[in-house]
Design a protein around this ligand. Structure first.
Ligand code: UT7
Length: 329
């Protein structure tokens, strides 16, 4: 018998303003930026994204997802003793979006902090929460991925602005004890390689009352693509090995939702059929740290993921960061 952390509830939230590729292309055309539904669908699989209203922050999106996850778990905000928000687009420089969200939720007193690992953020946050639950530092955690990437997009750069969207996803993680055959996180694998900082970054910073450098996202898409496919395969294999499992044990692969072609390549390398891959990128674009919990919640509520299923969650993104988590749902 040992202590595990298991997912007992999932939730997600997309802001109401939805733009199809055609809507976005029409808006961009008014600024002389040329793109098309055909290009976006063919190169990325994205068909639509959601953008938050100007007065809506990361913590607002995360709050809605958290409420839904708590409801699914049958818990009250006051039951929660740990809140981790994975985000690269927090409400302010400090305090953390997690502290702001904790107050809005009415869940005072427990630990609350942000994790910044860009598109790998949710996987990083899940591993941290799992470790805290295993050691007894927490018993009931909310792990949230929430992003307003629309705030950091350069709408004159068609190579990036068509890719990203806003949204949030959340899970409730609770402690449980069993012999390894029950639900819970089985193994994980996290990595970073800071030499790739420049291929995906928002290089600006705040100093002396001004923004120094660009506050907008810049990406070498092809470099990110090539790195992503390799590391996603490696992380999945290492995680399976740690858990004493093989790819045949995976019921569902839930990769970071950035590009359908990356997901297809990862599945092919792992020899997993595409119908075992949860894909929601078509509906919300790349929502960075929110994408994995959004996809997870979608598949749980859609009835595809069932109790007892084995899930492989995989993140990859700026840093360069990547990682995987294998769990029994
Ligand atoms: O969340 C973190 C992880 N991020 C990612 O996973 C992103 C990884 N990278 C990618 O998904 C892909 O590299 C992109 C979708 C960003 C780009 O796809 P690509 O197949 O690598 O296209 P490309 O950059 O090679 O561009 C091909 C052409 C270029 O035109 P030329 O030079 O061949 O004439 C671009 O200028 O497509 C052009 N292009 C566009 N055309 C219409 C680039 N963006 C657009 C656009 N609309 N939005």
């Amino acid at each position: 018998m040992r202590r595990y952390s298991r997912i007992t509830g999932t939730g997600s939230y997309l802001p109401p303003r939805r733009l199809t590729n055609a809507d976005l292309a029409a808006e961009l055309a008014t600024q002389g930026v040329e793109t098309s539904d055909d290009w976006i669908v063919e190169r990325t699989g994205i068909r639509a994204r959601h953008f938050a209203a100007p007065d809506v922050c990361c913590s607002d999106l995360g709050l809605e997802a958290a409420k839904r996850a708590l409801e699914a778990a049958g818990l009250l905000p006051t039951d929660i003793d740990l809140i981790i928000v994975a985000t690269s687009t927090p409400d302010m420089v400090f305090p953390s979006a997690a502290c702001i969200l904790q107050h809005k939720l009415g869940a005072p007193g427990g630990a609350a902090f942000d994790v910044q690992a860009v598109c790998s953020g949710f996987v990083y946050a899940l591993v941290v929460a799992d470790a805290m639950i295993q050691t007894g530092a927490a018993t009931k955690a909310l792990v949230i991925g929430a992003e307003v990437f629309s705030r950091i997009l350069d709408f004159t750069d068609r190579t990036t602005c068509v890719l990203f969207g806003d949204g949030a996803g959340a899970v409730v993680l609770e402690a449980c004890e069993h012999d390894g055959s029950g639900p819970g996180i089985l193994a994980s694998d996290l990595h970073a390689d800071g030499k790739h900082v420049g291929i995906l970054c928002v290089p600006g910073t705040v100093s002396g009352g001004k923004v120094l450098g660009s506050p907008l996202l810049t990406m070498d898409g092809q470099a990110v693509f090539k790195l992503a496919v390799g590391v996603l395969e490696d992380a999945a294999r290492t995680t399976l090995e740690k858990a004493g499992k093989t790819t045949a044990d995976i019921d569902w692969l839930i990769p970071h939702q950035a590009n359908i072609r990356i997901m297809q390549s990862t599945a092919k390398r792992l020899k997993l059929p595409l119908d075992k891959v949860i894909v929601t990128v078509d509906q919300h674009g790349n929502t960075s740290a929110a994408s994995i919990p959004l996809a997870l919640d979608h598949a749980v509520r859609g009835g595809r993921i069932k109790a007892g299923d084995t899930l492989m969650l995989e993140g990859v993104g700026g840093g360069f960061t990547w990682g995987a988590v294998l769990l029994n749902y």
